[in-house]
Design a protein around this ligand. Structure first.
Ligand code: NAP
Length: 253
């Protein structure tokens, strides 16, 4: 049985795509929600009209930003008991053209960003006596893909972080899990399609078809399907689920 009302969820990257769907789904369950990201406009637009949703700008790659955001969110809406590290970015390049700076940029947002949020949120969860640390990783955290080695390395790393922290916290009322979506219909997917069109001269339709063909269901995952997995993990019924990397990918992996 899902017992979500009374929780306060913080969602990074909550103004767009998967993060937006998660924020709206949690709010619909009566959860107080704070969303964060670097740009004000998408945050303002997503939170607009939601009585129990606030927003605070912040950059997940900056530990000081995540401390400030978590502290302000707690002042505004009570202790953060669900921390969803959703913010991420994917850069596509052949390995031979990938610089160490490119690799650092992928690690910075997709790994350090998660680390920074969880470090900031954990003390409040210990104090509250309940907690859910959730990362939106990717199937790229479970298998390789060509031309995105930095992204895949960072997503594998964050799955490792999840498994390790889950064991450290196993005797506490705090669970730690990763959700691993396959290609999902969001602004990030649009960028990937643009990139394929620019690099190969294929049409948008062909590019989209080639990406969707990796999913055995032959379609893109919908942000709401990722949000549904978050609702389950966030609820009391999932208290025994920790250290898992849950694939939401039509059976891709
Ligand atoms: N779409 C897919 O096919 C897919 C598949 C598997 C996994 N995922 C994962 O799902 C998550 C959400 O992606 P999405 O598909 O919803 O793409 P998206 O719409 O591009 O969302 C990315 C979000 O992250 C925020 N963000 C990026 N860098 C940030 C930073 N340094 N600090 C704070 N916020 C930052 C962005 O907001 P600002 O730019 O305003 O900061 C944006 O709201 C990502 O972790 C992605 O890797 C996506």
């Amino acid at each position: 049985m899902m017992q979500l009302a009374g929780h306060h969820a913080l969602v990074t990257g909550g103004g767009t795509g998967v993060g937006r769907a998660i924020a709206l789904a949690l709010a619909a369950q009566g959860v107080r929600v704070t969303i964060t990201g670097r740009r004000e406009a998408p945050l303002r637009e997503t939170a607009g009209g939601q009585a129990e949703m606030g927003w605070i700008t912040g950059d997940v790659t900056q530990a000081a930003d995540m401390s400030r955001v978590v502290a302000q969110a707690a002042r505004d809406r009570g202790p953060v008991t669900i921390a969803i590290a959703n913010a991420g970015a994917a850069e596509s390049k052949p390995f031979a053209k990938t610089t160490v700076q490119d690799l650092d940029a992928m690690l910075s947002v997709n790994l350090h960003g998660v680390f920074n949020l969880w470090q900031a949120a954990l003390p409040g969860m210990r104090e509250a006596g309940r907690g859910r640390l959730i990362v939106i990783a990717s199937t790229a955290g479970l298998k390789g893909y060509p031309y995105v080695s930095g992204y895949v390395a960072a997503k594998h790393a964050v799955v490792g972080l999840t498994r390790s922290l889950a064991l450290e916290l196993a005797r506490t009322p705090i669970t730690v899990n990763a959700i691993c979506p396959g290609f999902a219909e969001t602004p990030m997917l649009e960028e990937s399609i643009d990139n394929i069109v620019a690099k190969t001269g294929r049409s948008r339709e062909e590019a989209a078809k080639s990406l969707a063909s990796g999913n055995p269901q032959g379609r893109f995952v919908q942000p709401d399907e990722v949000a549904d997995a978050v609702l389950w993990l966030a609820g009391d019924g999932a208290s025994a689920v920790t250290g898992q990397a849950i694939s939401v990918s039509g059976g891709e992996t």
